[in-house]
Design a protein around this ligand. Structure first.
Ligand code: 0O2
Ligand code: 0O2
Length: 225
């Protein structure tokens, strides 16, 4: 167990550090008083039981090793939730530009949803952790998704866990349809936002025009007195 604790320590540190850093992006947007592409951030170190299940699936030894670290890039896992689908692209670009981490792989399960209906954007990063034995670079997975995608994935994950992945085909089909409904909800919310933004632009342009007209009249009126 001591060996596992030692192996997992840099991952814990990475999750703690990355949570603070990624939440920091949100705070910066809030300070600027502009729309933040990040609603909230969570993170976890993969529990040992899940690591064990994955080693069985992948046919690799269940022991702390470089092979295990390379085969399981999501031992350190972060999630970034966004309000709108197009916020996801903004977040990915922010990650690509950062100097404290390196994006090494991207998986777009939004354009290419999984057969289950799962949608999310996955980014694998390399992240350097400072330890008492020097710098250690680890992999971490960042899942970026909308609130609706997260709503679906969390519930589907719990149900699959309860049923140990042996879900009847009819239920799987309904879950797939529910994922589509969640995606349509995302699309509708984006359309509503666009319409509100258009209306806001129209009203501010109208207000500016109206107030300019009023002050010109006032100026003329003032001169004739
Ligand atoms: P379960 O069984 O999944 O519900 P804080 O430090 O207070 O901000 P806290 O409580 O340490 O936050 O954890 P946080 O950041 O709120 O999120 C922990 C939960 O997020 C985990 O729940 C996971 O469900 C989920 N999670 C976050 N990122 C990932 C990820 O990349 N992969 C996976 N699989 N899950 C993630 P628990 O506690 O593990 O329990
Ligand atoms: P957990 O409990 O979330 O940690 P592999 O290379 O086979 O290990 P894969 O499938 O190639 O993994 O990687 P992928 O699909 O890029 O990412 C796997 C993770 O995405 C999963 O982690 C889930 O967090 C999430 N995910 C993928 N498909 C689904 C799905 O159908 N439903 C839900 N709810 N989540 C999904 P783990 O390790 O499987 O589980």
């Amino acid at each position: 167990m001591r060996q596992w604790n030692q192996f997992l320590e840099p991952y814990k540190q990475a999750v703690d550090e990355l949570k603070i850093k990624l939440k920091g992006i949100r705070s910066q947007y809030n300070l600027e008083d502009i729309h933040t592409p990040i609603e909230f951030v969570t993170g976890r170190v993969k529990p040992l039981a899940s690591i064990y299940d994955k080693t069985l699936e992948k046919g690799i030894p269940f022991e702390p090793s470089a092979e295990l670290a390379a085969e399981l890039p999501d031992i350190a896992g972060l999630r970034m939730m966004c309000q709108f689908v197009d916020d996801i692209g903004t977040v990915v670009e922010i990650l690509r530009q950062r100097k404290d981490l390196k994006v090494i792989e991207e998986r777009d399960y939004i354009s290419n949803k999984k057969p289950s209906g799962y949608r999310s954007y996955h980014v694998i990063i390399e992240y350097p952790v400072q330890t008492i034995d020097g710098e250690k670079t680890i992999f971490a997975e960042i899942q970026i998704r909308t609130l609706a995608m997260n709503f679906w994935a969390s519930i589907e994950h719990t149900l699959n866990y309860k049923y140990e992945g042996e879900m009847p085909p009819a239920i799987n089909h309904r879950l797939e349809k529910a994922a589509e409904a969640a995606f349509r909800l995302d699309e509708e919310m984006s359309l509503i936002r666009d319409e509100i933004q258009d209306a806001q632009q129209y009203f501010s342009a109208f207000k500016e025009y109206a107030t300019r007209g009023y002050s010109q009249k006032k100026e003329k009126g003032g001169g004739s007195k």
